[in-house]
Write a protein that binds this ligand. Structure first.
Ligand code: TEU
Length: 541
């Protein structure tokens, strides 16, 4: 993400370097987090003008140059499409809240209060009620996220028309698709029923009334017919809480909706109840979740593959070891992910093994979700700040949002101006410049891995099969395409672990395709010993 570029020339030099870097890494498509005009209550996911660029990032001219630069290098660029809600500063909402008979009133979801409180008991994703009271018209509006992110009313055909027009406007500019923010939340049960609340909490999660809601597929098919089908583009929907059955409806090849969805099952393995209730995750659960998605979507829909993004902790800190075995485990996780069937997404900095950050003071954090948590649990709730801070260190979204670490200079070389959030202090050690100079770096391993994928269709299309080998620290699977078979063995432990190759795999004439350790790699045999966080891939017959 590029922030605060006061000079256009600097922006151009920087974006050229950045694009060359991504091209060199082997990236085909770039997904930009929201760069539209926004008061930045939620890091740009609160858009006040869909057809302007956030001034901190530059101008529309800068954007056009960026897009041209991407295309010149034969890459593609997709934009974040945030249309479940707008900013409360968007002109539609500014109008909507003026009066009950305003032409834009019905662009949002307004309801009168009940018994002197909100229309129902739904809680917002970021804490507190999902309804905000507006004195001007004495009604409440729905906001599943922050009060500065009022939910659009997709049941209103004029809303859909205006959104589709805006999408065409960007596609006509030449962008190559969209990542659609919380797209499975756009259709609500308009009766707005109260959510079951057995624990008697003040607010309850009303997910069942708007996750994969009543008209969501109708809306997406309409979007496909009137917009998406007219362009050669890719789409991926962010669909928290999506089931496999629903994913098939969103992204099934015959469905004429989306190309892929982001599922979240593997992101919930280290929590109970809510994301801040951190528990240790089990490899057996990861195997089960990944295998279910691999097997069930095979031939029906296409998986997206990711281990982190701007909302999640850094993958090496969460699933690997970000101290002694940072390099080994980052490479192992990359192997693990890229060897599955689907489209792998790399989140900026993952490719150099960037880690979580542990700021000491709450003021050093910028994410509104973190600040709301602190207010609810520490300031108002009187909980032990140390306990809450530990949860933030483990799960806070700012873990992924510290500036990209380009080199060892001030601000990690990210910007000459002060970034909006501090750089991770480990930038002097973990940065692109250092990684480029080191043939054994995580970065060079990603390059190799991506290169391999481009020359081996089996990595993309091969059928997946989990190997149940009895070792609880090893994740092993095969990929098969025509008469070719690859065996992938990943050690998720920080000690040596052995692996028994299944007897049905022919041990003769095998070849090592890849390993994340240096030097001579043990040939395939019936009994393998893997080093800490070692990953290997063999070609078998
Ligand atoms: O996220 C939606 C979402 O449901 C979660 O990823 C959520 O942000 C997270 O679990 C909170 O812990 C999308 C965007 O990716 C996120 O950055 C936005 O804040 C959110 O929508 C609202 O637009």
């Amino acid at each position: 993400m590029i922030r605060k570029f006061p000079f256009t020339k600097y922006f151009r030099d920087y974006s050229d370097t950045l694009l060359d870097y991504l091209k060199d890494l082997g990236v085909d498509v770039i997904w930009l987090s929201p760069i539209y005009q926004s008061p930045n209550d939620d890091n740009g996911y609160d858009i006040s003008d869909y057809r302007e660029i956030m001034h901190e990032f530059g101008t529309m001219k800068d954007f056009d140059e960026l897009l041209a630069g991407v295309h010149e290098r034969k890459m593609r660029l997709i934009m974040d499409l945030v249309v479940n809600h707008t900013s409360d500063e968007h002109k539609w909402f500014v109008e909507s809240r003026r009066s009950k008979d305003n032409a834009y009133r019905d662009y949002y979801i307004w309801r009168p209060g009940k018994k002197g409180g909100p229309p129902n008991n739904w809680g917002s994703m970021f804490g507190g009620s999902a309804w905000a009271y507006d004195e001007n018209t004495d009604e409440y509006y729905l906001h599943l996220f922050s009060p500065k992110q009022p939910d659009l009313n997709w049941d209103n055909p004029r809303v859909r028309r205006d959104i589709f027009d805006m999408m065409r406007w960007w596609l006509d500019k030449g962008i190559d698709g969209f990542r659609m923010d919380v797209i499975n939340l756009i259709s609500k049960d308009m009766r707005m029923p109260c959510a079951p609340n057995p624990g008697g909490a003040k607010y309850a999660w009303g997910g069942q009334y708007f996750t994969d809601g009543p008209r969501v597929h109708e809306f997406l098919q309409e979007m496909y017919e009137s917009v998406l089908s007219k362009y050669d583009i890719m789409t991926v929907g962010e669909t928290g809480g999506v089931t496999i059955e629903q994913a098939k409806l969103y992204s099934g090849e015959e469905r004429r909706e989306l190309n892929m969805v982001f599922q979240f099952d593997h992101m919930a393995l280290d929590e109970t109840g809510n994301k801040w209730n951190v528990t240790s995750w089990k490899l057996s659960d990861l195997k089960q979740v990944m295998s279910r998605w691999q097997n069930e979507l095979d031939g029906v829909a296409w998986n997206s593959l990711y281990l982190n993004n701007h909302d999640q902790p850094r993958s090496v800190s969460r699933f690997g070891n970000d101290t002694e075995y940072r390099v080994e485990s980052a490479k192992m996780l990359a192997t693990f992910l890229h060897m599955h069937q689907g489209t792998p997404f790399i989140y900026q900095g993952e490719e150099i093994g960037m880690t979580n950050v542990a700021f000491e003071h709450i003021d050093e954090y910028k994410d509104l979700e973190i600040h709301n948590l602190w207010r609810d649990r520490v300031t108002d709730g009187g909980e032990d700040p140390g306990v809450v801070m530990r949860a933030i260190h483990a799960k806070g979204r700012d873990n992924a949002r510290t500036p990209m670490q380009w080199n060892g200079s001030e601000n990690g070389g990210f910007s000459q101006a002060d970034p909006w959030i501090k750089v991770n202090p480990n930038y002097t050690k973990i940065n692109v410049e250092t990684a480029q100079a080191d043939p054994n770096s995580v970065l060079n391993y990603y390059r190799k891995l991506i290169g391999l994928r481009k020359s081996h269709p089996i990595m993309v299309y091969g059928k997946y099969q989990l190997i149940e080998n009895g070792c609880s620290d090893i994740y092993a699977f095969t990929r098969t395409l025509h008469d070719e078979l690859w065996l992938v063995v990943c050690n998720f432990h920080d000690g040596f672990r052995s692996f028994e190759t299944p007897t049905w795999i022919d041990l003769s004439g095998t070849e090592v395709i890849l390993s994340n350790y240096d030097g001579e790699i043990e040939a395939l045999s019936g009994h393998l010993v893997l080093k800490p966080f070692e990953a290997r891939c063999y070609r078998c017959k």
